[in-house]
Design a protein around this ligand. Structure first.
Ligand code: PMP
Length: 449
């Protein structure tokens, strides 16, 4: 029963799980963009199991691939070869530009980023790695250091070894705020006439240059990590051109640039298959997880054969990576994205959503900012529109829970937890958007009154 599940959770599960609803939700089933609770109530899943259910819960084609492979072979470990991993590797690397043709399969985003850190250090012979304020790259002891968001960090010794955080050029809440705009010192995004927010984060770029001059031994670096849109950090989009300049600077100082596509990959941002493509630069290493497996534990690191070779003869091993089951699921996910035109759908439905949200923003001062691309959208809630003061947690939780009670599950993100995160399965429809907008406006009206 419902009560028994809650009791077991209290007594037998570690307390670190993220169940913030006053009345916790127990999910029993899922179908495409819908989830069903213990009483059979239906919810629109606007968070996709934290950006993971890319093509839809229990998608029939993925189910079929999984069950077909499960009756043949689940696991071998990588001592032996099996056909699926080769078929999958070939299909996956075909999705990349340039010479990004070598793939290593692992099981989670943290593991993929761990591997990328190792590769960069082995390849360059340098130690230091840069990441951005507000970044999330994982929770393994290694990647926790890259994650620059105090909520997600434990006071472990050595967590920052060889890691340096730089300011993220956040056009809305960045500490240098409107000064990121080269053309005019705008105070709000609405006043800014520049396309895609502002043209370049000059102050932030200068800080990056200074970091090379003053913090890095001989100006050398192993790598810089960047999400193409900061996800957990609250759907933060960097000004156009920034990552391209940053990547060039890193490369000219002997480092590699790592694109963390854990949230932004697999067509989520609509415009391109990978988020980095919207920033018009070519990373040296790309890490991916979540949407790659639609919920099956699967992740990968893709790089060039030259960089991959720097692991040399060292045995880098994990038991499950690229198992027959995982590879079969990964292949089916790629098939569905292509056959169902999900990247295009993400762009179309996401654009429709952004338009609806912009209209909502005109009606509600509490909506400070609306941003994102494709079906990766953030709605930043504020208590003061002009000062952009983040709405405090109890208020955000109240709105969030009302949306849940009305049948829509949003996520939450941002340094202050005040950004509603929308990352639904990519099969979402415009009707689903209309429903979400209705629910959100009802929840805001209820909260304000
Ligand atoms: N990178 C990004 C951008 C993420 O959002 C996450 C997970 N939220 C990770 C890495 C870590 O992935 P995992 O939880 O699978 O270790």
């Amino acid at each position: 029963s419902y009560e028994r599940i809650l009791e077991t959770r209290r007594t037998h599960l570690t307390p670190n799980l993220l169940a913030h609803f006053k009345k916790p939700l127990v999910i029993h089933a899922g179908h495409m963009q819908w989830l069903f609770d213990h009483e059979g109530r239906r919810y629109l899943d606007m968070f996709g199991g934290i950006v993971t259910v890319s093509v839809g819960h229990c998608h029939p084609k993925v189910n079929e691939a999984l069950s077909e492979q499960s009756s043949k072979l689940w696991h071998t470990t990588n001592i032996y070869m099996h056909p699926k991993i080769h078929e999958y590797a070939e299909r996956l690397v075909a999705k990349f530009p340039g010479n990004l043709k070598s793939v290593c399969f692992v099981n989670s985003g943290s593991e993929a980023n761990d591997m990328a850190m190792l590769l960069a250090r082995m390849h360059t012979g340098n130690q230091d790695i840069l990441s951005f304020r507000n970044a999330y790259h994982g929770m393994s002891p290694y990647t926790m250091g890259l994650t620059a968001h105090s909520t997600w960090r434990f006071p472990l010794p050595g967590v920052n070894n060889g890691l340096i955080h730089v300011m993220n050029p956040d056009p809305y809440q960045g500490i240098w705020g409107g000064s990121a705009c080269r053309d005019s010192p705008v105070q709000t995004k609405r006043e800014c006439q520049c396309q895609d927010y502002c043209q370049a984060g000059d102050a932030y770029y200068t800080q990056l240059e200074e970091t090379f001059k003053f913090s890095l031994p001989r100006g050398k670096v192993a790598a810089m990590f960047a999400e193409s849109i900061q996800g957990v950090g609250g759907t933060v989009q960097f000004p156009k051109g920034y990552l391209k300049r940053a990547a060039a600077l890193v490369k000219s100082n002997g480092g590699l640039f790592v694109a963390d596509e854990v949230q932004t990959g697999f067509g989520r941002t609509g415009e391109h298959f990978w988020g980095f493509e919207s920033h018009d630069y070519l990373p040296d290493i790309v890490t991916m997880a979540k949407g790659i497996g639609n919920g099956f534990p699967l992740a990968a690191v893709v790089t060039t054969p030259e960089i991959a070779a720097s692991l040399g003869e060292a045995l880098h091993f994990n038991t499950y990576g690229g198992s027959p089951l995982a590879s079969a699921v990964g292949l089916a996910v790629l098939d569905v994205i292509e056959e169902d035109g999900l990247q295009r759908n993400s762009l179309d439905v996401g654009t429709y959503f952004l338009k609806g949200l912009a209209e909502l923003q005109q009606r509600f001062e509490i909506i400070g900012d609306v941003r994102g691309k494709g079906l990766m959208i953030g709605v930043e809630l504020v208590s003061d529109h002009v000062k952009r003061t983040p709405l405090s947690s109890p208020h955000v939780l109240d709105i969030w829970e009302t949306c849940k009670d009305l049948g829509v599950l949003f996520g939450r993100g941002g340094l202050h937890g005040n950004v509603l995160s929308c990352r639904p399965p990519l099969c979402l429809t415009n009707d689903n958007i209309d429903f979400s907008l209705d629910v959100l406006s009802t929840a805001l009206i209820k909260h304000i009154n």
